[in-house]
Design a protein around this ligand. Structure first.
Ligand SMILES: Nc1ncnc2c1ncn2[C@@H]1O[C@H](COP(=O)(O)OP(=O)(O)OP(=O)(O)O)[C@@H](O)[C@H]1O
Ligand SMILES: [Mg+2]
Length: 254
Protein backbone atom coordinates (compact mmCIF):
# COMPACT_ATOMS: atom_id res chain seq x y z
CA UNK A 1 0.00 0.00 0.00
CA UNK A 2 1.97 2.94 -1.28
CA UNK A 3 -0.50 5.60 -2.38
CA UNK A 4 -2.08 8.49 -0.53
CA UNK A 5 -5.44 6.88 -1.22
CA UNK A 6 -5.74 3.13 -1.66
CA UNK A 7 -8.83 1.21 -2.70
CA UNK A 8 -8.72 -2.52 -2.28
CA UNK A 9 -11.46 -4.76 -3.67
CA UNK A 10 -14.15 -2.12 -3.36
CA UNK A 11 -17.64 -3.13 -4.46
CA UNK A 12 -20.86 -1.15 -4.26
CA UNK A 13 -24.12 -2.88 -5.00
CA UNK A 14 -27.45 -1.07 -5.03
CA UNK A 15 -30.15 -3.74 -4.54
CA UNK A 16 -28.83 -5.97 -7.28
CA UNK A 17 -27.22 -3.32 -9.45
CA UNK A 18 -23.45 -3.67 -9.38
CA UNK A 19 -22.28 -0.05 -9.54
CA UNK A 20 -18.71 -1.05 -8.60
CA UNK A 21 -17.15 -4.51 -8.57
CA UNK A 22 -13.84 -5.32 -6.90
CA UNK A 23 -12.13 -2.02 -7.73
CA UNK A 24 -8.54 -1.58 -6.53
CA UNK A 25 -6.16 1.29 -7.25
CA UNK A 26 -3.98 3.89 -5.61
CA UNK A 27 -3.84 7.64 -6.03
CA UNK A 28 -0.38 9.02 -5.35
CA UNK A 29 0.50 12.14 -3.40
CA UNK A 30 1.16 15.22 -5.51
CA UNK A 31 -0.41 13.72 -8.61
CA UNK A 32 -3.54 14.25 -10.66
CA UNK A 33 -5.26 10.88 -10.97
CA UNK A 34 -8.06 10.88 -13.51
CA UNK A 35 -11.03 8.57 -13.40
CA UNK A 36 -12.60 8.04 -16.79
CA UNK A 37 -15.25 5.79 -18.29
CA UNK A 38 -18.59 5.92 -20.08
CA UNK A 39 -21.83 7.14 -18.51
CA UNK A 40 -22.93 4.85 -15.72
CA UNK A 41 -19.44 3.32 -15.32
CA UNK A 42 -19.47 4.01 -11.58
CA UNK A 43 -17.23 7.08 -11.37
CA UNK A 44 -19.47 9.20 -9.18
CA UNK A 45 -20.30 6.15 -7.08
CA UNK A 46 -16.58 5.72 -6.49
CA UNK A 47 -16.37 9.32 -5.24
CA UNK A 48 -19.42 8.72 -3.06
CA UNK A 49 -17.91 5.64 -1.48
CA UNK A 50 -14.53 7.32 -0.88
CA UNK A 51 -16.16 10.38 0.68
CA UNK A 52 -18.51 8.40 2.93
CA UNK A 53 -21.81 9.15 1.18
CA UNK A 54 -22.24 5.52 0.15
CA UNK A 55 -21.12 2.48 2.12
CA UNK A 56 -19.10 -0.20 0.31
CA UNK A 57 -20.65 -3.63 -0.04
CA UNK A 58 -17.12 -5.03 0.17
CA UNK A 59 -13.54 -3.82 0.23
CA UNK A 60 -11.30 -1.40 2.05
CA UNK A 61 -10.37 2.23 1.55
CA UNK A 62 -7.24 3.66 3.15
CA UNK A 63 -6.23 7.29 3.27
CA UNK A 64 -2.69 7.97 4.52
CA UNK A 65 -2.61 4.34 5.62
CA UNK A 66 -5.72 4.67 7.76
CA UNK A 67 -8.95 2.79 7.00
CA UNK A 68 -11.72 5.25 6.17
CA UNK A 69 -14.50 3.00 4.87
CA UNK A 70 -17.58 3.27 7.04
CA UNK A 71 -16.81 6.80 8.23
CA UNK A 72 -19.41 9.55 7.79
CA UNK A 73 -18.88 12.22 5.10
CA UNK A 74 -17.99 14.70 7.82
CA UNK A 75 -15.39 12.37 9.33
CA UNK A 76 -13.84 11.69 5.92
CA UNK A 77 -13.68 15.42 5.24
CA UNK A 78 -12.00 15.98 8.62
CA UNK A 79 -9.36 13.45 7.61
CA UNK A 80 -8.54 15.69 4.66
CA UNK A 81 -10.46 14.16 1.77
CA UNK A 82 -12.62 16.96 0.34
CA UNK A 83 -14.91 17.13 -2.65
CA UNK A 84 -16.85 19.67 -4.56
CA UNK A 85 -20.44 19.26 -5.62
CA UNK A 86 -22.11 20.28 -8.83
CA UNK A 87 -24.20 22.80 -6.90
CA UNK A 88 -22.01 23.66 -4.01
CA UNK A 89 -24.26 25.96 -2.03
CA UNK A 90 -22.45 29.24 -2.58
CA UNK A 91 -24.09 32.30 -1.01
CA UNK A 92 -25.30 34.38 -3.95
CA UNK A 93 -25.66 37.63 -2.05
CA UNK A 94 -22.16 37.49 -0.64
CA UNK A 95 -19.02 38.43 -2.51
CA UNK A 96 -16.64 35.90 -3.98
CA UNK A 97 -14.06 36.61 -1.28
CA UNK A 98 -16.64 36.34 1.52
CA UNK A 99 -17.78 32.99 0.17
CA UNK A 100 -14.23 31.66 0.19
CA UNK A 101 -13.61 32.94 3.71
CA UNK A 102 -16.83 31.26 4.87
CA UNK A 103 -15.27 27.97 3.85
CA UNK A 104 -12.27 28.78 6.04
CA UNK A 105 -14.10 30.04 9.08
CA UNK A 106 -14.40 26.78 10.90
CA UNK A 107 -10.69 26.30 10.52
CA UNK A 108 -9.79 29.80 11.69
CA UNK A 109 -12.10 29.68 14.70
CA UNK A 110 -10.78 26.36 15.81
CA UNK A 111 -7.22 27.58 15.39
CA UNK A 112 -5.37 26.83 18.59
CA UNK A 113 -3.37 30.07 18.59
CA UNK A 114 -6.45 32.13 17.85
CA UNK A 115 -8.13 30.68 20.91
CA UNK A 116 -5.06 31.11 23.05
CA UNK A 117 -4.13 34.64 22.11
CA UNK A 118 -7.56 36.05 21.34
CA UNK A 119 -8.79 38.30 18.58
CA UNK A 120 -5.52 39.86 17.44
CA UNK A 121 -4.20 36.50 16.30
CA UNK A 122 -7.61 35.65 14.90
CA UNK A 123 -7.56 38.91 12.90
CA UNK A 124 -4.13 38.03 11.59
CA UNK A 125 -5.39 34.60 10.62
CA UNK A 126 -8.33 36.22 8.84
CA UNK A 127 -6.03 38.60 6.94
CA UNK A 128 -3.73 35.77 5.97
CA UNK A 129 -6.74 33.77 4.81
CA UNK A 130 -8.00 36.68 2.68
CA UNK A 131 -4.54 37.05 1.13
CA UNK A 132 -4.43 33.35 0.34
CA UNK A 133 -7.94 33.45 -1.12
CA UNK A 134 -6.94 36.34 -3.41
CA UNK A 135 -3.81 34.47 -4.48
CA UNK A 136 -5.86 31.39 -5.38
CA UNK A 137 -8.36 33.54 -7.27
CA UNK A 138 -5.45 35.06 -9.21
CA UNK A 139 -4.29 31.54 -10.07
CA UNK A 140 -7.67 31.06 -11.78
CA UNK A 141 -7.58 34.52 -13.40
CA UNK A 142 -10.49 35.38 -11.14
CA UNK A 143 -8.88 38.06 -8.96
CA UNK A 144 -10.96 40.78 -10.65
CA UNK A 145 -14.12 39.15 -9.27
CA UNK A 146 -13.11 39.00 -5.59
CA UNK A 147 -15.45 41.78 -4.49
CA UNK A 148 -18.38 40.96 -6.78
CA UNK A 149 -21.52 39.22 -5.61
CA UNK A 150 -21.50 35.55 -6.53
CA UNK A 151 -24.95 35.77 -8.16
CA UNK A 152 -23.57 38.19 -10.78
CA UNK A 153 -21.11 35.55 -12.04
CA UNK A 154 -21.63 32.99 -14.80
CA UNK A 155 -22.20 29.35 -13.89
CA UNK A 156 -18.65 28.48 -14.88
CA UNK A 157 -17.20 31.28 -12.79
CA UNK A 158 -19.27 30.15 -9.83
CA UNK A 159 -17.81 26.66 -10.22
CA UNK A 160 -14.33 28.18 -10.12
CA UNK A 161 -15.26 29.98 -6.90
CA UNK A 162 -16.51 26.75 -5.40
CA UNK A 163 -13.25 25.05 -6.24
CA UNK A 164 -11.22 27.93 -4.79
CA UNK A 165 -13.33 27.75 -1.65
CA UNK A 166 -12.51 24.08 -1.27
CA UNK A 167 -8.81 24.32 -2.09
CA UNK A 168 -8.40 27.30 0.25
CA UNK A 169 -8.84 24.81 3.10
CA UNK A 170 -5.72 23.05 1.76
CA UNK A 171 -7.08 19.54 1.64
CA UNK A 172 -4.44 16.86 1.14
CA UNK A 173 -6.78 15.15 -1.34
CA UNK A 174 -9.39 16.85 -3.48
CA UNK A 175 -12.05 14.96 -5.43
CA UNK A 176 -13.34 16.86 -8.45
CA UNK A 177 -16.38 15.48 -10.31
CA UNK A 178 -16.40 16.96 -13.82
CA UNK A 179 -15.13 20.40 -12.83
CA UNK A 180 -14.91 21.65 -16.42
CA UNK A 181 -18.47 20.80 -17.44
CA UNK A 182 -20.25 23.77 -19.01
CA UNK A 183 -17.16 25.97 -19.05
CA UNK A 184 -16.11 27.88 -22.16
CA UNK A 185 -13.11 26.36 -24.00
CA UNK A 186 -10.63 28.91 -22.58
CA UNK A 187 -12.00 28.39 -19.06
CA UNK A 188 -11.79 24.62 -19.46
CA UNK A 189 -8.14 24.84 -20.40
CA UNK A 190 -7.55 27.26 -17.53
CA UNK A 191 -9.29 24.92 -15.11
CA UNK A 192 -7.05 22.04 -16.16
CA UNK A 193 -3.92 24.19 -15.81
CA UNK A 194 -5.02 25.18 -12.32
CA UNK A 195 -5.65 21.56 -11.36
CA UNK A 196 -2.16 20.63 -12.52
CA UNK A 197 -0.65 23.51 -10.61
CA UNK A 198 -2.52 22.56 -7.46
CA UNK A 199 -0.94 19.15 -7.56
CA UNK A 200 2.48 20.51 -8.50
CA UNK A 201 2.87 23.68 -6.46
CA UNK A 202 0.21 23.62 -3.76
CA UNK A 203 0.81 19.99 -2.83
CA UNK A 204 -2.86 19.10 -3.20
CA UNK A 205 -3.39 15.67 -4.67
CA UNK A 206 -6.30 15.41 -7.06
CA UNK A 207 -8.70 12.66 -8.02
CA UNK A 208 -10.52 13.92 -11.08
CA UNK A 209 -13.56 12.71 -12.99
CA UNK A 210 -13.60 14.23 -16.45
CA UNK A 211 -15.28 13.24 -19.70
CA UNK A 212 -13.24 15.51 -21.95
CA UNK A 213 -10.50 13.13 -22.99
CA UNK A 214 -8.25 15.91 -24.34
CA UNK A 215 -8.19 17.56 -20.92
CA UNK A 216 -7.53 14.26 -19.17
CA UNK A 217 -4.67 13.35 -21.49
CA UNK A 218 -3.08 16.77 -21.08
CA UNK A 219 -3.65 17.26 -17.39
CA UNK A 220 -3.32 14.01 -15.50
CA UNK A 221 -0.37 11.97 -14.29
CA UNK A 222 -2.25 8.68 -14.21
CA UNK A 223 -5.57 7.47 -15.53
CA UNK A 224 -7.89 4.82 -14.12
CA UNK A 225 -10.51 3.51 -16.54
CA UNK A 226 -13.84 2.16 -15.32
CA UNK A 227 -16.39 0.34 -17.43
CA UNK A 228 -19.60 -1.17 -16.06
CA UNK A 229 -18.31 -0.82 -12.52
CA UNK A 230 -15.00 -2.55 -13.16
CA UNK A 231 -11.49 -1.20 -13.59
CA UNK A 232 -10.43 -2.15 -17.10
CA UNK A 233 -7.14 -0.25 -17.30
CA UNK A 234 -4.77 2.09 -15.53
CA UNK A 235 -1.63 3.83 -16.59
CA UNK A 236 -0.02 6.99 -17.85
CA UNK A 237 -1.94 8.99 -20.48
CA UNK A 238 0.26 7.66 -23.29
CA UNK A 239 -0.41 4.07 -22.20
CA UNK A 240 -4.15 4.60 -21.94
CA UNK A 241 -4.26 6.23 -25.35
CA UNK A 242 -2.94 3.02 -26.88
CA UNK A 243 -4.96 0.56 -24.81
CA UNK A 244 -7.21 -1.39 -27.15
CA UNK A 245 -9.80 -2.31 -24.51
CA UNK A 246 -10.10 1.30 -23.47
CA UNK A 247 -10.51 2.46 -27.04
CA UNK A 248 -13.28 -0.08 -27.53
CA UNK A 249 -15.10 0.48 -24.27
CA UNK A 250 -14.67 4.15 -23.75
CA UNK A 251 -14.11 5.75 -27.09
CA UNK A 252 -16.44 3.38 -28.93
CA UNK A 253 -13.89 2.20 -31.49
CA UNK A 254 -14.51 -1.23 -32.95
N1 LIG B 1 -27.84 5.74 -5.01
C1 LIG B 1 -28.02 4.92 -6.04
N2 LIG B 1 -28.98 3.97 -6.02
C2 LIG B 1 -29.14 3.11 -7.05
N3 LIG B 1 -28.36 3.11 -8.14
C3 LIG B 1 -27.40 4.03 -8.23
C4 LIG B 1 -27.16 4.98 -7.19
N4 LIG B 1 -26.12 5.75 -7.55
C5 LIG B 1 -25.72 5.32 -8.76
N5 LIG B 1 -26.47 4.29 -9.17
C6 LIG B 1 -26.30 3.53 -10.41
O1 LIG B 1 -24.96 3.07 -10.44
C7 LIG B 1 -24.44 3.11 -11.77
C8 LIG B 1 -23.20 3.99 -11.80
O2 LIG B 1 -23.59 5.33 -11.67
P1 LIG B 1 -22.56 6.53 -11.50
O3 LIG B 1 -23.36 7.76 -11.25
O4 LIG B 1 -21.55 6.16 -10.50
O5 LIG B 1 -21.90 6.56 -12.95
P2 LIG B 1 -20.90 7.64 -13.58
O6 LIG B 1 -19.73 6.87 -14.09
O7 LIG B 1 -20.64 8.74 -12.63
O8 LIG B 1 -21.75 8.15 -14.83
P3 LIG B 1 -21.78 9.63 -15.50
O9 LIG B 1 -20.60 9.70 -16.40
O10 LIG B 1 -23.07 9.60 -16.29
O11 LIG B 1 -21.79 10.66 -14.43
C9 LIG B 1 -25.57 3.61 -12.65
O12 LIG B 1 -26.23 2.52 -13.21
C10 LIG B 1 -26.46 4.35 -11.67
O13 LIG B 1 -27.78 4.38 -12.12
MG1 LIG C 1 -21.01 10.79 -12.62
Amino acid sequence: MSGLLNLSGVSVHFSGLKALTDVSFSANAGEVTALIGPNGAGKTTLFNVVSGYVQPTAGEIHFKGEAIQGLTPHEVSEKGVRRTFQNGGLFGDMTVLENILTGLHVQINSNFWGLLFGTRKADEAERAAAARARRLLALMDMDGFADQQVKSLSGGQQRMVEIVRTIATEPPLLLLDEPAVGLSPPMRARMMEVIKRLAGEEGISILLIEHAIDLVMAGSDRIIVLNSGQKIAEGKPAEIRENREVLEAYLGYA
